[in-house]
Every structure is written in C-alpha cells, then in structure tokens.
Design a protein around this ligand. Structure first.
Ligand SMILES: Nc1ncnc2c1ncn2[C@@H]1O[C@H](COP(=O)(O)OP(=O)(O)OP(=O)(O)O)[C@@H](O)[C@H]1O
Length: 356
C-alpha cells in the first residue's frame, strides 16, 4: 500500500474546474476538468506521491514541439498540455494535463453483452494502433504495455459544447464512497477519506462507429528505449497457468519452438511427439482454430459479418509473423503497416473513416 499513495479527494476538489473522475490505475487517478482559457475539456492525471514518475518524463519528451509535428501518429499519443504539482499528506503529486478520452477498448467490451466491434471499426482501430506504435518507434521508444485497456477512444466531437449541467444531466454527478478499514480502525492520514467512482462516458463496443473510433494510445509507464535497455516478456501469459502449460499453448497455436529451445523443454515428451505432433490430448487448438471459435463463430452467432476468407488469411498471416518466437524474426511496426492485411483492408478503412 505504501507505494500507492493517492491524493486526498479534498486536494482534488480544490483544483478549479474538475468536473468528474475518469478513471484510476495503480499509480494515478484521472479527472475530467475544463480548461479555463479554451473552455474545452481536458484530462488531469494526478500521480501517486512519486517524486519522479517515469511516464511524465516519457510523455514530456514525446510532447516536445521539436518532434515531427504532422505525423498522424503524433495525434494518437497523449501530449502534455500543462503540468503542475500538488502537495498532500503523502508528499508531492505530479499532475499533468492531456486530452480526455471516452473509454478504453476493454471498457467498450465490458460495456457490451457481445463484446464485438463492427468489422469496419476493428480495421480502423488496428490501423491506428499500428500507426501510433510506428510513430513511437520512430521516436526511439517501445510502449512496453500494449493491451486493450491502454488503447483509449477519444471523446466524440461536440462533447466540448456541453455545459457542466448538461454533462451531469446525461452522465450523472460525481458519486463518492467513504473509505473504511475492514477492522474498523481509524484511517491513517495518508489514506483518502472518500473515493469517487469513475463516470461512464463510453458505449458498448458494437455501437462504436468508424468515424468515432479515434484512438489515444495511453499509459507509457512501462515505455523504454530498446537502444539502451533490453526487456523480455513471454508472447502470452496465463493467469495461474503453469509454465509448461503455457509453453504447450504456444506450441499448439504457433508450432514447435526453435530447436535449441524445443530440446531444452523436458515436458515436451508428455504433450508432443518428437516431430511436434500433439499427443495424449483430447483438445488441441491451432491459431486458425482459435480464430474460428473466438472471432468468427461469435460474430456469426450475433449476426455480425465474419471475416471473408481472403481477409482472414491475410490477417492471420500478419499475426503469425508478429508472433514469431524469435524477436528478430518479427516484423517492425513499419513492416506491419506494409503487410497485405493493412494495405488492402485496415488502412483503406481508416482513410475512409477520416473522410466521413
Ligand atoms: N486521458 C484519459 N481520459 C480518460 N480516461 C483515462 C485517461 N487516461 C487514463 N484513463 C483511464 O484511467 C485508467 C488508468 O489509467 P493509466 O493506466 O494511465 O493509469 P496508471 O496509474 O498508469 O495505471 P496502471 O499502470 O495500473 O495501468 C485507464 O484504464 C483509463 O480507463
């Protein structure tokens, strides 16, 4: 708990023009506020009491006006519009102002019973993600924590025209809950006395339209410079899964590991013949099987068009190359943008959405 020293709500309420809470993470709370000069909504990220938040440094560098101004990827990273500090009982909280967002992709799915996007929207989102990642790579950075909770959707145009009263009428006023201890003891002064529940500005994934599907790639807390630092993560991790089970899943989906790794994996004999055929198993799912039961079948069940075979094959071919076991065999973001699926399906859909 001591590393996660949040700001007391009273200190947030002292900030002028904070109107709602947008979200929270392990290292911050994020608030919707109105910029006094432009009258537009902004997001204020208030970090936990950490004298030197890594993300702030990264985003400050990315926001530098010297960096290529008109690259489309630049509009998809949260540029810092302003920054200040709050002193609280836990120490100094760095606060920075960025564009506000409506929801993350995972929020949009959680807000839906069917958890699917329109095919056009999925293409537009994937194209922008590749553009954004390629942009940050050109700035010498790797994001380090790409997942659907960190891809945010921008607020719809027209949101800024809303008055605070209209905002509260449509989305509700801030609701808070008193913070108590399980053992009934007094809270220490470093724990906020109340917590505000984040507002829901989002909509169900299937309702999102291509023209509204504009992303902001957020959470640069794990970003790093590959030229200065190596970082290794497994392609997939499982919650509570054993390492051998995860390795088996990798080999089922993507084929056997490179020989020098395969030969070191002793448990392979229990699950595979020496030439990599699955043995002693009732179920075994290749990448194509997983795509069929996790993407195509749910789409058909909800009467949403599935991927046509030519597009599916191009998409799987791009994904398979991105999931190569050896990092050096994986395409760069630039090469991903040049893949058949991007060129024939995703990027044209993105261009169409920009014009509409
Ligand atoms: N600009 C923004 N506009 C709207 N909501 C945002 C914005 N930035 C972040 N959020 C929301 O707040 C949540 C937490 O943000 P973020 O992941 O950046 O915080 P964090 O403290 O670095 O968290 P963690 O490292 O635990 O993910 C996000 O999942 C998102 O829902």
């Amino acid at each position: 708990m001591l590393q996660h020293l949040y700001v007391p709500i009273e200190d947030v309420e002292k900030l002028e023009r904070v109107v709602q809470k947008l979200g929270y993470g392990s290292y911050s709370t994020i608030w919707l506020a109105r910029d006094e000069s432009s009258n537009e909504f902004v997001a204020i990220k208030i970090c936990t009491a950490d004298p030197n938040p890594h993300e702030f440094d990264v985003l400050s560098n990315l926001s530098s006006p010297q960096l290529s101004g008109n690259s489309p990827g630049r509009s998809m990273v949260p540029l810092i519009l302003d920054s200040f500090q709050i002193q609280g009982p836990n120490g100094t909280h760095t606060c920075y102002v960025t564009s506000p967002a409506r929801m993350s992709l995972s929020d949009a799915k959680d807000g839906s019973y069917i958890r699917l996007f329109k095919l056009e929207v999925a293409r537009v989102l994937a194209a922008q993600l590749a553009v954004a990642v390629e942009y940050i790579h050109t700035q010498g950075l790797a994001h380090g924590d790409l997942h659907s909770g960190n891809v945010l959707i921008q607020l719809p145009s027209g949101f800024n025209e809303m008055s605070d009263e209209e905002l509260y009428k449509i989305y509700g006023e801030p609701e808070s809950e008193v913070v108590t201890r399980f053992d009934g003891e007094e809270l220490s002064p470093c724990i906020p006395s109340r917590a505000i529940i984040p507002v829901w500005l989002g909509e169900a994934s299937e309702e999102l339209q291509p023209s509204d599907a504009k992303i902001i790639l957020s959470d640069f807390g794990e970003a790093f410079s590959p030229a200065k630092q190596d970082k290794f993560d497994p392609l997939f991790e499982g919650f509570l899964a054993k390492e051998d089970d995860m390795t088996c899943e990798h080999a089922d989906a993507l084929g056997i590991l490179p020989p020098e790794w395969w030969n070191k994996w002793d448990a392979r004999h229990k699950k595979f013949s020496e030439d990599g055929k699955p043995i002693n198993r009732e179920s075994y799912r290749s990448l194509e099987d997983r795509f069929e039961d996790s993407v195509q079948q749910p789409r058909r069940a909800e009467k949403m068009p599935p991927f046509e075979p030519a597009e599916r094959d191009a998409l799987l071919s791009m994904l398979r190359s991105m999931l190569s076991f050896r990092p050096e065999s994986r395409p760069s973001a630039k090469e991903v943008l040049a893949s058949e699926w991007m060129v024939k399906w995703a990027l044209p859909e993105y261009e169409k959405a920009q014009k509409s």
